[in-house]
Design a protein around this ligand. Sequence first.
Ligand code: URA
Length: 225
Amino acid sequence: MTPTEHQRRAYLEALGIDVWVPRDEADPVADLVDDDSAPEAMDWPQLRETVRSCTRCRLHESRTQTVFGVGSYDADWMIIGEAPGAEEDRRGEPFVGRAGKLLDQMLRAVGQQRDSVFIANILKCRPPNNRDPKPDEAAQCRGYLERQIELVKPKIILAVGRIAAQTLLGTDAPVGQLRGTLHYLGKTPLVVTYHPAYLLRSPTQKRKAWDDLCLASRVVAEAAA
Ligand code: URA
């Protein structure tokens, strides 16, 4: 669904902005899965259980629980963030804090709900003190995310924030450079936008995030046409 002018206004208003009037075998997703406990052939219950008991990196020592991901296994939209924070670690669900509330609003503005999309993170475990994921942690966790992407087969991936965008796309480029154009992860279209936690700190960037959501919506609409 391409957002209408009405939805655009509702989005801007909900976010407190003044409204001024005038896949296949060559898929790199599969190539990244490379060891014995590779999730590449797992179904959802196997994958969920493997993640739940994962000890591949040190983060299992400090986590309360893993945060697998939430939403529809059949989603058109897959939202990928960075890593669980304190609240997510406590509740076992991604994006449930303040940033999560904003993410929910952003999704609603393009006609999506938490349970119509699939939401996951680069890491399934919380890094202590919310530090950035280390490259080896992201690498150990990547196979799980890749399998989730394969299983959901989203029409669009929305990478929210620097860590998600850079990790997925394998680049050091800043979000400001990566957003605004369409990328691909294998054959899956991918749009980069700002992390909702950043948007809470920098509300003037919400307009750009809206443009990114519109781009993502157009991609989904075109895939359905
Ligand atoms: N930030 C993220 O990137 N992911 C979460 O799950 C929560 C906050």
